[in-house]
Design a protein around this ligand. Structure first.
Ligand code: NA7
Length: 548
């Protein structure tokens, strides 16, 4: 008997995948292509993941659309044209639907189904997956494609249940849309979601009150329609572009200039920053110099440049003053916007500093801070997510000896993975874009394809080599986790309270959980691990892999 027995019943699969976003769908595609049975479980009623849930006004990708798509299919690359430099959420969702239809993916996705728990059975070498429908399925491989930002965070404000108006979280936006006309709207939160939503809501609402805890750096996106000629050129050169993306730092085909900010005169720096500001985009400022994320003194220069832009844009100096960020630039998610700071010049927009006077409670009619009450018809929570570990901990994942992932990782304070892909004690479980991989600090599409292809190759290798069980070694994961932290400690990222650090969630352990060595280096490391027969993992040929 082969140690790897392919599953063929309706409840027993070679692999179960959680989530039908970009990563889950591509995982399904690859598993099918390589001859394995798979079932994807998705809580939503359609495909899309992040782009299915985040339908708030202004939602848009901040990576250029030409780089934010699948690259595995030449045909798909030829067929799809993005309308704008930065695609809006509805267009991205249409794209995912198009992909699902083109490759006939839906027939192996079970929608409206939440995975409640997944338990590894050592004797059988199977994962038992419990669904909220009451059904149970089993699989040899358990693959999480749950996204990094899918567990939305509504802070526990006293009195929210008493609020008589409507309230919505940006990450769970109603499909039918929200009507702001004639309403007094309050928005809590000025991260990427808030900064995208604020200018759009302001145009519709009677009045918009922004409750800001931390002012943010944001620079203009300068979004434009995509010129068909430009798209034609991109298509012609896509194989070069793809190679550059894959071997870059962040998954876009650009690199920082290899020059310190101190190598230039103050006048030249100003010119360089001004050019980047006018050009717009996510990384043009950051990539102006190579030390902005590393040296406090270098960071202070770009930070002051952005503050000067905010002062220039916002007419009322007292409002501008409240909008000036003071943390290290780039250590919270870099944000690009369309008319964000300009929006504060509108008569129907007001800014409330809730660091100065914190929100005390939500009342029946609005928001009460330490020094005032604000009457509102609607509240928008743009308060972010329990990132990285949050989506994984929503499932009760139990590995060997019934130990849960949450216990093993001590609620997130002791996250330990090998390459962000596996973790000791959890055999045959793979995490796509999990903690300690480049994930959210990279172009997710590049990272997703790399992870999916690596996992799919690994499962094929296991099958070909008659191996049944693969599990990360503890020493390999300790080395990897420590390596991730060492790199992060050389940067300014760990010096700021951000969701990267888990600092946005009350009671959540702090720790930086992203591999910062760059997607190119990461790919090389993962490839070498595979080439050496999955060094750092224990592979076992076993007779235990029978379906039942
Ligand atoms: P973020 O970036 O986590 O932003 C959340 C915002 O909500 C941020 O301004 C927070 O202030 C604010 N917040 C959170 N809790 C509170 C409370 N209790 N009171 C007041 N204000 C609060 O989430 P986004 O959805 O904007 O973006 C998430 C990622 O999605 C983004 O980075 C992209 O990668 C895509 P704080 O800064 O914590 O003081």
């Amino acid at each position: 008997m082969s140690s790897f027995q392919k599953s063929n019943s309706l409840t027993d699969f070679d692999a179960v995948v959680v989530g039908a976003g970009f990563s889950g769908l591509y995982m399904l595609y690859r598993l099918r292509e390589t001859g394995f049975t798979a079932r994807v479980f998705e809580a939503g009623d359609n495909v899309g993941g992040t782009w299915y849930w985040n339908r708030y006004p202004g939602a848009r990708c901040d990576v250029e659309s030409i780089y934010y798509n699948y690259t595995f299919s030449e045909e798909l690359l030829k067929e799809w044209s993005w309308s704008a430099k930065y695609a809006e959420q509805p267009e991205i969702l249409s794209y995912i639907n198009y992909v699902a239809d083109k490759f006939d993916l839906r027939r192996d996705v079970q929608f409206n189904t939440r995975v409640q728990s997944a338990q590894y059975n050592e004797k059988k070498n199977r994962w038992t997956v419990q669904l909220n429908s009451g059904e149970k399925v089993s699989a040899q491989y358990f693959i999480t494609a749950v996204g990094c930002l899918s567990a939305s965070n509504v802070p526990k404000f006293k009195g929210l249940e008493n609020f008589k108006g409507e309230w919505h979280h940006t990450g769970h936006w109603p499909h039918e849309g929200v009507d702001f006309q004639g309403k007094r709207v309050g928005i809590i939160g000025t991260g990427s979601s808030g900064i995208q939503a604020i200018p759009v809501i302001a145009k519709e609402a009677k009045h918009l009150t922004v409750f800001q805890r931390t002012p943010q750096y944001s620079s203009p996106a300068r979004n434009t329609p995509n010129d068909p000629e430009h798209l034609k050129n991109i298509r012609k050169n896509y194989s070069d572009i793809r190679a550059k993306m894959r071997h870059s730092i962040t998954g876009i085909p650009e690199e920082p200039r290899n020059i310190s900010v101190f190598d230039d005169s103050p006048e030249e720096r100003q010119r360089v920053f001004e050019e980047a500001w006018q050009k717009g985009g996510l990384l043009n400022l950051t990539y102006s110099y190579n030390d902005l994320s590393i040296t406090p003194e270098a960071n202070a220069i770009v930070a002051e440049f952005i503050r000067s832009k905010i002062r220039e844009t916002v007419i009322k100096p007292e409002v501008a003053e409240k909008l000036l960020p003071r943390f290290y630039y780039g250590t919270k998610r870099t944000i690009i916007d369309t008319d964000y700071f300009e929006t504060y010049n509108r008569d129907n927009v007001s800014l409330v500093d809730v660091k100065e006077a914190p929100i005390q409670e939500i009342t029946a009619t609005g928001v009460k801070t330490e020094d005032a009450e604000y009457e509102l018809d609607m509240i928008v929570f743009a308060t972010g997510f329990d990132a990285m570990t949050g989506p994984l901990f929503k499932i009760d994942i139990r590995g060997k000896d019934g130990v849960s992932l949450k216990e093993k990782w001590a609620g997130g304070s002791h996250t330990r993975t090998y390459l962000g892909l596996g973790t000791a004690g959890f055999p045959n479980m793979f995490m796509l874009t999990g903690p300690e991989s480049p994930s959210v600090l990279s172009n997710m599409m590049v990272s997703i394809e790399q992870h999916v292809e690596w996992v799919s190759d690994c499962i094929s290798y296991m099958c070909d080599q008659n191996q049944a069980v693969i599990e990360a070694k503890e020493d390999a994961e300790n080395t990897w986790s420590n390596h991730c932290r060492e790199i992060a400690d050389q940067t300014l990222f760990t010096k700021t309270n951000s969701w990267y650090m888990g600092a946005n969630i009350e009671g959540k352990a702090r720790g930086f959980q992203i591999y910062l060595g760059g997607v190119g280096t990461y790919r090389t490391i993962c490839d070498e691990v595979a080439e050496k027969g999955y060094v750092g993992f224990i592979l076992t040929a076993s007779e235990k892999s029978a379906v039942n």
